[in-house]
Design a protein around this ligand. Sequence first.
Ligand SMILES: Cc1ncc(COP(=O)(O)O)c(C=O)c1O
Length: 368
Amino acid sequence: MKFLDLKTQQDRIRKPLEKRFNAILDHGAYIMGPEVYELEEKLADYCGVKHAISCSSGTDALLIPLMAWGIGPGDAVFTTPFTYVATAEVIALLGATPVFVDVYESTFNIDCEKLEIAIQDTIKDGKLNPKAIIPVDLFGVPARYRLIQEIANTYHLKVIEDAAQSFGGSIGEKKAGVFGDIAATSFYPAKPLGCYGDGGAMFTNDDSLAEQCRAIRIHGTSSDKYNSEIIGLNGRLDSMQAAVLLEKLTIFDEELEMRNKVNDYYRKSLNNAQHIPENYHSAHALFSITLQSNQDREDLINRLNNNNIPNVVYYKHPIHLMKGFDYLGYKNGDFSVSENLSQTIVSLPMHPYLSEIEIDSTIEVLKK
Ligand SMILES: Cc1ncc(COP(=O)(O)O)c(C=O)c1O
């Protein structure tokens, strides 16, 4: 059994992909070639936004909008400690301060009540200027954007949807990628839509923000390649990766439906999986369950390993307790929900090609 099966998927797209690779070898535009622009058009269409701007990774897709807004020292950006480190890292990289907010026990996404309290506390404290919120759509489930947007409007904050794991997910008819001022996704190979290297994209309806992000991803340049208008970075997507994504997009909706079936099948027998609220649709990047205690989780992991059932803990270390973030002065006990999740959560195999027999054998171990 595989935790993630990229091989079966590759077999399906291999021939057209080779054709696309050959076309790139022929035209030779390896960076920002025609595939990149074709992909951006298709991604924008898929999400229903005006602008899709591809870039070199999900991390850069988060960093670039923060740079466009000039966020830096003295600024507070609110996010959760129960996410991949990249979400908080980009804030710290710019010299701004990540202000952590705990998550809901059910969805593992940012707790909106606690978010508002954290914003008010920061304002009262007077040391930092609240500037932005980065909600994370953890494991594929979108965060509560209606409430988040209301809070953002009240306190005049920008919102970046961290959709690294949720491309393909939605709330009602609204696809992940349309929430907030801008959204950032990742095309890391393990993501629901992944390439064969690093890649990412930003999505926005804001023309001027889109223009700035396009410039920042190429060293702050726009019309003149050798005359930088703002400080930028090397954040481009290459043509080969765009070609992979174009071919994967052709089977993406079908794969999403297959992931949905895997999810439904697991849930027939399990009641301790991540909660997906009504009218929310997960991209099912990961299928995660929680156990009663850390001991229970470790016992389960041992049993899964003994039965050759792959499993991974996302995330063993909440960011506020990571050494790299010591300087923020957080301590154990500050975010009890995130801390408890990090002790009790485990992710089971999840991919479109997982069979019912494989799921049954996983469930059998769980039931024991
Ligand atoms: C929630 C989240 N944000 C950001 C990132 C960063 O994406 P990338 O690895 O493409 O830089 C990831 C990647 O795992 C992620 O899961």
